[in-house]
Design a binder for this molecule. Sequence first.
Ligand code: F2R
Ligand code: MG
Ligand code: MG
Length: 322
Amino acid sequence: MRTAETSLWRTRVRGSLLLAACADALGSAFEGRRGLSPEQVAAAVDRPQSPLRWTDDTAQMLVLAAHLAEHGGLVASDALAAAFADEWSAEPWRGYGPGAAQLLSQIATGVPWRVAGRSLFDGAGSLGNGAAMRVAPVGLITGWGLDAVASAAVASALVTHVHPEGIDGAVAQALAVALAARTPRRQRPSAEELIGAIASRTATAAFTAELEAIPALLDGPAGAISDRFRCDATALGAVPAAITVFLRYPDDPAAAVKEAIGLGGDTDTIAAMAAAMCGAHCGDSAVPASWAAQLEQPERVRAAADRLATLESRRYLGEADA
Ligand code: F2R
Ligand code: MG
Ligand code: MG
């Protein structure tokens, strides 16, 4: 890429990771709560007074970003599973889901990820939103087409989430970030194009049905979003809600984060996923100064973004080539 293009791409990668981290931290205070008023959300989000401490969402996103940078954009599954387990072992207090904690503790003690993932939820595997919440870096690798993004999202999900809906969540979120990053800032992302690109690459009828509900929710009250989607810790309940919020406020991360948190339920995760899309579209100049000033370890997030933005990606061929 030419220098100007590299610089523009870097602002988008930085914007995506920084806004995701800020939104994760802002939303974490409300995770699991319902019936939030716009006033109480605005009071917490507009001028945060205490450090913005991120949760498992950002911790795993940074692990994945570093992994992709180290492996030329490819997913080396054994190494990625080990890196997630190491991160959990070092900081298990970051608010991991129960399935994730059980799985990562197994991997940390030597159980192969293929075995551990299948042991969750009576053998069904996790359909949680954990593979989606961390996947933004996959959508931010320079030069990849959407099929490559979808393939890498699947590979990144499989080390923890083997249920088809958990995998679809990662594919949908990675593609949404990729399309947001590829849409010129002055151009509004096309809902039809984005939903079509995702629906043609996800595998489950359940996900297609949720994606098809999005266009009717793009105007009107936010309450219609939480009426339609569960807004919980499942991929199906959270990812379509985050995409809807992004499409309503693609140029306004603060409005998107407030609306995502106001939906209630899995507030850190829905806000982080919507914010990752906004940041990929708007770049890092859209990060509110009051958030940037309070964010935990901002230099670590920026460094991860810069390594990702400048990596020499290999053509994505799949796990066996990692
Ligand atoms: N889970 C939380 N927060 C609540 C717990 C906080 C924690 N105890 C603390 O404060 O310390 N947050 C984080 O988890 C979500 C991502 O979840 P992930 O990584 O996918 O984990 P898990 O546990 O596998 O799935 C989440 C929930 O989904 C439901 N579920 C998953 N698979 C299921 C299946 N096959 N059948 C039925 N239900 C399934 C369960 O309710 C899981 O607990 C993010 O919100 C992140 O912020
Ligand atoms: Mg979390
Ligand atoms: Mg959450």
